[in-house]
Design a protein around this ligand. Sequence first.
Ligand code: MN
Ligand code: MN
Length: 254
Amino acid sequence: MFLHRKELIQPVSVGKPNAVFGQFLLEQFGGATGELTAALQYWVQSFHVENAAIRDMLQDIAIEEFSHLEMVGKLIAQHTSKMDQTTAYEAPIFKLKGGGPHFLDSQGSCWTAAYIQEGGNVVRDLRANISAEAGARQTYEALIKACDDEGTKKTLHHLLTREITHAAMFMKALDQMGKLDDPMFGNIPPDDTVNLVFNLSQGEDARGPWNEAPFEYIAAPEPKGGMPLAPINPDDEKPASKADAKGKHANGRK
Ligand code: MN
Ligand code: MN
């Protein structure tokens, strides 16, 4: 069951309403890195994760993300509460669709489930979640840098901080499974190229631990696949036969 409490998880108090900044904030409401994406991703992941403790963690964080969605929505509502004709032209989304949040990003693109990464294996899910948290943190930093309202900044700073906490939790969960620094997961072992790394961008090469032992660095990679089969396309244009060519000349065509 769901039980909603009307109090916010943290305060939301906008000092200077600015509809243009409200439109920026849509990025974290209906955007790819936004709270709706995170909330739904972690919530739905929890339906197929067998480990009870990790399932519980995903549900705790999913509900916190819904609380964040609520806070971002309230920020947008406050920023769009006093719109004059000038801001209506500068932030037309709210003039046309009404004030408050919508399932759009800052550029007016519709939210889509294609933003969500989930399914199959808990390691895939948790790694996708680290990526989601990194995206959210980065967007909050960009929003804070673009913001000149102290109250809004305080809320955004809290939201940025929580994404760091969530990333740390997901990393701990992977670490507990021995999967934080082991790229292999699932049931199909890799083939014998797993430790080969290829120098495929050549010139002023720089090296690092990603291409040192246990990896085998192939400085001048050679193709191993041979030439591909020539395409077969019955509909493609065919060269004219000699007989056809003569016939065309006889009819006076070139
Ligand atoms: Mn969040
Ligand atoms: Mn988060």
